[in-house]
Design a protein around this ligand. Sequence first.
Ligand SMILES: [Fe+2]
Length: 306
Amino acid sequence: MAMTGVLRPGYIQIRVLDREAALKHYVDILGLSVVSSEEDGRIYLKAWDEFDRHSIILRPTDNAGFDVIGFKVDSDASLVEFERRIKDYGYKVDHVAAGEQPGVGRRIAVQVASGHRIELFAEMEGSETAPPVYNPDIWRDVPHGMGAIRFDHALLYGPNVDEVLDFFTKVLDFSLTEKVELPDGLLAIWLTCSTKAHDIAFVKHPEPGKFHHVSFFLEDWNAVGHAADLITRFNVSLDIGPTRHGITRGQTIYFFDPSGNRCETYCGGTTYYPDQPVRVWDDKELGKGIFYYERALNDRFLTVLT
Ligand SMILES: [Fe+2]
């Protein structure tokens, strides 16, 4: 599959309450590494199998939640083209100068109908601890904690999911891989810009701009089990799992950072190609769609957001 235009999720910026507690969670438990701490308070981190400088940005402040997700595009020419398409769609484009995030080139930003800020960028410095590429060992430094391989995707809650779907598919060339259709309309969408089951997902919710989870990819089901061992050993607040989703088929565990932001570590999942039909779930089997083994949703999963 020729992958052009939007390539993948590049970074996510998350608001956290307590800097030291957040670092313990994202570094010691999840297994990320600190790249830099900047004067404005933001901390930049990365997972061990990522080539770019950073992927996770923590911004200490007094309320937790989601600031922005940035997708990497294949070239500056694509940034120019996406800016034209976003404006033609009728949305406003913000510009962020190169260097606002260390090592990152110019960015364009749009607020989508769910109230979330989505950014696009083409350039980011390579990591000084990037994975080896010449006769490469499987990793450079021994992975620690849960051994998060990469920042994988995010799930966001907000209104106007139909319009979000229209924008992502028509303007940014994402594909819809799965959706939940209820009798009163579209509840949830899983969108990919690659061959992954999803790169971003949205669930309908009255309040705009809400954050459900940030997800990190793990190697296999044993690694998900190891993540569960760490969650219990270090008394991390657990949401649910280990279990499997019917939707995406990912094998997963959900837990909370000390600020109340939900994190996921998962493995597996379907592979998407553009000739595939959309998988559709309805209200009769939604429990199985979200949690395949429990076959029922828990209230916390639907209502606890930051
Ligand atoms: Fe997820």
